[in-house]
Design a protein around this ligand. Structure first.
Ligand code: RIB
Length: 295
């Protein structure tokens, strides 16, 4: 079984602010940092730092060799991480507030230049039983889902950010969803947790789900199984990439160790550690740090 993450990469320009800027307000930030991020990139890195073997497919623009190198140095296969010098690398403008929350605006750029020819080229290397991980920050997702499904791949979807593009996707082809409360509400039309779970089980009877609930933990469920996981208490500094860290660690436990309970627990520990550190990539812990951290 091979694991492919077909996703986004962004340069994250992070402004530290007192609070998330309100409509019509201007406020000065007291710090500015640039990190590498993007949900696809973060999740590939997290899966690799968890101990997994993963390939990343995506697109970068000019002056971005250092970004590709970072993923290679972290043990991720980057054969299909392409650089197009004629376009810009995607970037994100992130406000990180004093209470650890964030607000993100993405400029997709190269992430939305992925075309069907590239998709076909990448997927030619994959077949039945292989796993493909998708988020919602690149172009041609509907096409990727259809082709991967035809090939018998297990499709894992983190439908984030949740937006109008999702209406174009055949979500009945998804094997495993990783969603937060907001995405769960969009997908189910329910805001209360138990109603949400019931509605999602009904709507996608063949799918498996992980619902993350921030400080209220997480829940794994499918048509007949349910496992609840507590969150580990920490002081939140920056939530950026916490969900991505959870995803990478969970997928390692789920697909490589075949142990859902352990996968949920390790993913909860890893994402808790990630919110204590600023930035996306710097906050994704390595496996040994997760195992030795005392909560
Ligand atoms: O999930 C966090 C990521 O979302 C950030 O790194 C940013 O690039 C956006 O894609």
């Amino acid at each position: 079984m091979k694991i492919l993450d077909f996703g986004s990469v962004c340069e994250d320009i992070v402004y530290s602010v007192d609070h998330i800027t309100k409509q019509g307000e201007t406020q000065a930030s007291f710090d500015r940092n640039v990190y590498i991020g993007g949900k696809g990139f973060n999740q590939a890195l997290a899966l690799s730092r968890a101990g997994g073997k993963v390939s990343f497919a995506g697109k970068l623009g000019k002056d971005s060799e250092h970004i590709k190198a970072l993923l290679t140095e972290n043990g991720v296969d980057t054969t299909f991480f392409l650089i197009d010098p004629n376009i810009q690398t995607g970037h994100a403008v992130i406000q990180n507030s004093s209470d650890g929350n964030n607000a993100i605006v993405i400029y997709p750029a190269a992430n939305r230049s992925i075309d069907r020819e590239m998709v076909d080229r990448v997927l030619a290397d994959y077949g039945t039983g292989d796993v493909i991980l998708l988020q919602n920050e690149i172009s041609e997702i509907a096409y990727i889902i259809d082709r991967a499904y035809e090939k018998g791949m297990k499709i894992v979807m983190n439908p984030s950010p949740y937006n109008g593009y999702i209406r174009e996707y055949d979500l009945s082809k998804i094997y495993l969803f990783l969603i937060n409360e907001l995405e769960g509400a969009e997908m189910s039309g329910k805001t209360e947790k138990e109603e949400m779970i019931d509605a999602l089980r009904l709507k996608y009877p063949d799918a498996h789900f992980v619902l993350t609930l921030g400080e209220n933990g997480s829940v794994y469920f499918d048509h007949d199984t349910r496992i609840d996981q507590k969150a580990y208490p920490v002081k939140t500094v920056d939530t950026t990439a916490a969900g991505d860290t959870f995803t990478g660690y969970f997928l390692y436990g789920y697909f490589v160790e075949n142990d859902i309970e352990k996968a949920l627990d390790t993913a909860s520990r890893a994402s808790a550690i990630s919110v204590t550190i600023k930035g996306a990539v710097p906050s994704i812990p390595r496996r040994q740090d997760v195992l030795s951290y005392r909560f």
